[in-house]
Design a protein around this ligand. Structure first.
Ligand SMILES: [Zn+2]
Ligand SMILES: [Zn+2]
Length: 243
């Protein structure tokens, strides 16, 4: 499958993320754009409101929207969204009021659980993030195969985190083959090994620095090594709903 190329943002990310995953950087920007979009003028668009009512947002992203300082937009959106939710759940909520037996209550609990879970399936923001992720990773692979300056810049960048490694590897054969595919995978492998070793060294040094005998020693920039270690494993601006 071919995707639209996004050369400029991918080049920017490679040049601006020397110590962290470049795909995380791209996805954080992407997430911010989607959040702004759904809390912006799009709330007045009937088509968008219908999509919000039916597909909606995953719990992570719906919660994120509610934390932004856009109460009017979220109030408008959640007004119609909640009316749709009521249509789905009200019959079960009413039944709960007339449940008498333990067996009946347990059965209703299962039905409520399924109906509530159904409302949480699907996410407009996750869908849009997945489209961007595909385009960014396709572009990265394409640039590796066609631009030697990019190969050098990517080699000096922060590379990718463990969370983004599998999807990037999966994308590699879409744009590379033969020697360039082998070189790309070889680079990703050595880059990941080096990063993991560095992260382990850094948190180990951080733990040493909390000991009394380390007083006055150089932190070597490891005061926040624990945060970098966690982010190297789990990434940032993740896609939560794959459905
Ligand atoms: Zn990442
Ligand atoms: Zn989501």
């Amino acid at each position: 499958m071919k995707y639209q190329l996004e050369t400029i943002p991918v080049w920017d990310a490679v040049e601006n993320h020397a110590d962290s995953c470049i795909i995380c950087g791209l996805m954080e920007d992407s997430l911010q754009r989607k959040v702004s979009y759904y809390l912006g003028n799009s709330v007045m668009n009937p088509e968008t409101r219908l999509q919000v009512n039916h597909r909606g947002f995953c719990p992570e992203h719906y919660g994120m929207l509610s934390e932004e300082k856009k109460p009017q937009s979220l109030a408008l959106m959640s007004h119609t969204r909640l009316q749709e939710t009521v249509r789905h759940l009200q019959p079960l909520i009413r039944q709960l009021g007339s449940s008498k037996t333990p067996r009946g209550v347990r059965k209703l609990a299962k039905q409520l659980e399924a109906a509530a879970a159904q409302r949480e399936v699907g996410c407009l923001i996750c869908d849009a993030l997945q489209d961007d992720l595909n385009r960014y990773e396709f572009t990265l692979v394409h640039l590796w195969g066609s631009d030697s300056e990019f190969v050098e810049a990517f080699s000096k960048s922060g590379g990718v985190c463990l969370h983004h490694l599998p999807s990037l590897v999966e994308m590699a054969p879409e744009g590379l083959s033969g020697e360039s595919l082998r070189e790309f995978c070889g680079y990703l492998s050595s880059q990941m090994e080096a990063w993991l070793a560095k992260a382990i060294d850094e948190v180990q040094w951080q733990t040493q620095m909390y000991k009394s005998e380390s007083a006055g020693k150089d932190w070597r920039g490891c005061q926040e090594a624990h945060k970098r270690a966690v982010r190297r494993e789990i990434g940032r601006a993740r896609i939560h709903d794959q459905g």
